[in-house]
Each structure stands twice: as C-alpha cells, then as structure tokens.
Design a protein around this ligand. Structure first.
Ligand code: BGC
Length: 450
C-alpha cells in the first residue's frame, strides 16, 4: 500500500542554531563574557581545546548564512540571543551594539522571506550573573525578565515567535549535577535548585511578555522517551525515575504547576521543599511548546548509578550516531502522543531534531555525501507525520542544525549541519541532506511518499 507523507497546509519548515555555537566574536562590540566563554577557556573542559572564539564566524557572515537558508527554501529560522551581548553585566546597562546585531539579523531574515524565531536563553548565561550565584540565586527570575523585556521591546514588532529557555534539563544535568557543561558544578544539592529557578525564570519571562508582546511565546524542552529494559519491577521503576527526572521535571512545573513524586525519591535529602507559591510563577499560559528530540533510552535498574539508580542499555542491531545516540524514530512518534496525553492539546513545534555523523572531507565544489544523516532525517519526518495522523497538534519542524558548529564541550568534531563548515577557511558546502531537506520543504513532504 502506498502512503502519502504530505504535511498539513501551512506546516512550517525551518532550521535552528544557537548563539555560542555559531556566532564567534563573543566579546565583540562591548559584549560581556558568558559562562561558556569562561568554561571554554578553562584548560581541560573542551574536546581538542576548541572554543567559541570564532566558531562559524556567523557574527560577521550572517548575511551569507541567510542566503544559505534561502537556498534551502527555509520558512523559519530559530536562533538564540546571547544575553551578555545585550546586557554585559546581565542586568542594568544595555549594550546597544549587541541589540543591533540581532536587529540586523532579523531584518535580513525578513527581507529574505524567512520568519525569525528567537530563543532568549540557550545556555550562555552572563558570567557576571554566575558570579552572583547564577541559576542558584532566586533573583535570577527577575534578572531574566528584565533581559527578556529589553529584547521584546527591541524586536517584538518583527519577531513573532519567542521561546524563554532551551532545554533546561541539559543546563541542570550538565551544568550543575555532572559538570560536563558550563558552569561545571557537580552537586546533587544544587541541581534541583537550578532547575526550579530556570522554570521560575521562564515563567517570569512569559509574564513579562504578556505585558508588552503581541505574538507567541513558549518554552523548549528536550524529551527523551524511556523504555524499560525488561518487565522486572526494578527496571520499570528505574524507567519511571529516568522519565520523571529528564522529561517531567521541567514540563510539569511549567504546564501542571507541580513536580512528579519520583524527584523526591531520586534526590532524597537534597530535594528542597519549594514554596507552593512558586508554582504560580512557573505555570504560565504558553502559546506553544517546542520539543527537541534526538533519541530514546532503554533503562535498567543499577543500584550504583548516581543519582538515578538507573542506566541506559545499548541496543543490538541498530544504528548509533557519533554522539552515541540510538537512531530510534518510533520514540519521536511516542514522544508526541505521550506529551499530548499528559499536558493536553498544546500547539507543538519540533524546535530541534538531527544527527551527528562523520562526514568525509569535501572535494572542491562538491556536495558532501552524508547518507546516514539523510536516512535519519527521512525516518524522523515520517515518524512525525505518523504523530500528526494520530491527532497531535504539530505546527512545524526546525532541523538541527543549519551549520556544523561547536557541539559544546565535544567541540567541532561532532557535525550536525545541513551545511558542512570547513572551520579553517569558513567555507560552507551543502550536504546531500540539505538538498533532500530542500525537496521536503518544496513538496511539503510529498518527496517522502512510499
Ligand atoms: C542543544 C543543542 C545541541 C544539540 C545536539 C541540543 O541538546 O539544544 O545546542 O547542539 O542538542 O547535541
């Protein structure tokens, strides 16, 4: 039987990036340092000693990069704003040149018929705020709202879709629990506090938007569905804990005004009793939710695993990406149906989805052949279409990422781009996946038909 994969009329096709991963020149034109600037310049923290000093030099090449977007036929572009470009000390003094950079980028996008989609926080906290406790300081909800307000006032006439945070789970797990990401802390006591303040800040940012904004605001979560490795009660309980920790810890306070009970079990005495009133701030009406999906985890009980007592189990006979993530498109469909069932019929966007695979060196003028990445994209777009057929209210998809970029502490070696970037020359070359994605956009999915 043939199957059609045409997406609903008006389905929005885009690609995503983030500030520290592509811009370069992190201290240009009066910008203050971010925690990623500090982290990347701390010996031993980054693979290969890589930093965001130059990255894709997008700060200078944004006009050319908008042309790359146009060549794909992108309808939307999701980027993030570096807080410390705009407010070098995190609060107070505005650095107009920083605001102007994003203003120019937005104009360039609009002139090329591409809708800008701005994320206010994609992990690069101003270092000056980290010095005041960063995400551990309750005042950060007000600091964030102040910054958000500056950006709403500058850009809301032109930016019609905003997100407060990108992936708060990664900030707390990588930044405050295990220390592999900035600011590099390792504390079971700090992680839940950072998580809670992230969601308070998101709420404060949404509240501030309601006072001045005229369009749409939401928040972006990374969701990784969890499946038990066996039917044993221990594995099923471990799977519940892993799911509560990664998937519900952030969406629950934002959308239900509570935390799942497993968190207290996981963190034990390190779990604070947060004031009930805080949930009035965390739970705000959102216009949409952005979901980032890369992989799933199959989970097994392990009494020695800190702090979850749960570990992921590798699966036989399947493909893993260069970041060690299983290619599992069924998890994508499952994520949407779970999300709708738990949180209701909220309009959804896929704000990130993509894969890192090794790319062979580029011959002059050629397209980079990247069949594994194309296969990943094809499978995930089909899985996304299945979710729409099942009644999920999905409005659009942003591929991660427009360009190969700085994959945080893993450096430049992990390539997620639709365009290959030669970091020595800054030359961009389309990959075969970019060509395929352009056809998907042009045909609104019909090129996927079986
Ligand atoms: C992040 C991106 C990152 C990507 C691939 C997401 O966790 O939002 O910044 O590059 O996944 O790891």
């Amino acid at each position: 039987m043939t199957q059609s994969y045409r997406f609903p009329p008006g389905f929005h096709w885009g690609a995503a990036t983030s500030a520290y991963q592509i811009e370069g020149s992190p201290l240009a034109d009066g910008a203050g340092p971010s925690i990623w600037e500090r982290f990347a310049h701390t010996p031993g923290m980054m693979a290969n000693g890589d930093t965001g000093d130059i990255a894709c030099d997008h700060y200078h090449r944004y006009k050319d990069d908008v042309q790359l977007m146009r060549a794909l036929g992108l309808q939307g572009y999701r980027f993030s704003i570096a807080w410390s470009r705009v407010l070098p000390e995190g609060t107070g003094r505005i650095n107009q040149k920083g605001v102007d950079f994003y203003s120019r980028l937005v104009d360039e996008l609009l002139e090329n018929g591409i809708e800008p989609n701005a994320t206010l926080f994609h992990w690069d906290l101003p270092a000056a705020l980290d010095d005041r406790g960063g995400w551990l300081n309750r005042d950060i909800a007000h600091w964030f709202a102040e910054y958000a307000n500056v950006m709403y006032k500058a850009l809301d006439g032109r930016v019609k879709r905003w997100s407060t945070l990108n992936e708060p789970w990664v900030v707390t797990d990588g930044g405050y629990l295990h220390g592999a990401l900035a600011p590099g802390h390792r504390s079971k006591y700090e992680a839940p506090i950072a998580a809670h303040n992230l969601m308070r800040a998101s709420g404060a940012g949404i509240q501030a938007y309601r006072a001045v904004g005229k369009h749409e605001i939401g928040v972006v979560f990374n969701i990784e569905p969890k499946y038990p490795a066996s039917n044993s009660p221990e594995d099923i309980a471990a799977t519940r804990r892993a799911h509560a920790y990664m998937n519900e810890q952030f969406a629950d306070p934002a959308l239900l005004g509570s935390y799942p009970p497993e968190l207290k079990e996981i963190f034990g005495p390190a779990w604070p009793d947060f004031p009930e009133d805080d949930f009035k701030l965390t739970q705000q009406k959102v216009d949409f939710v952005g979901l980032n999906y890369y992989t799933r985890a199959v989970v097994k009980h392990d009494p020695n695993a800190y702090p979850l007592k749960a570990v992921p189990v590798k699966q036989p006979n399947t493909t893993y990406t260069e970041t060690g993530w299983e290619v599992y498109e069924q998890g994508f469909t499952d994520m949407f149906t779970w999300f709708k069932q738990r949180y209701g019929d909220i309009p959804l966007y896929v704000t990130e989805n993509g894969s890192a695979f090794y790319d062979a060196p580029v011959a002059e003028g050629d397209v980079v052949q990247d069949p594994l990445r194309t296969s990943y994209l094809r499978k995930h777009l089909k899985a996304m279409h299945h979710a729409i057929e099942q009644g999920v209210n999905l409005k659009g998809y942003y591929a991660w990422s427009l360009l190969d970029n700085l994959e945080w502490s893993l450096g430049f070696a992990k390539r997620f781009g639709l365009y290959h970037v030669d970091f020595a020359t800054q030359k961009r070359t389309p990959k075969a996946t970019a060509k395929f994605y352009a056809q998907v956009i042009e045909t609104n999915g019909a090129v996927l038909d079986d």
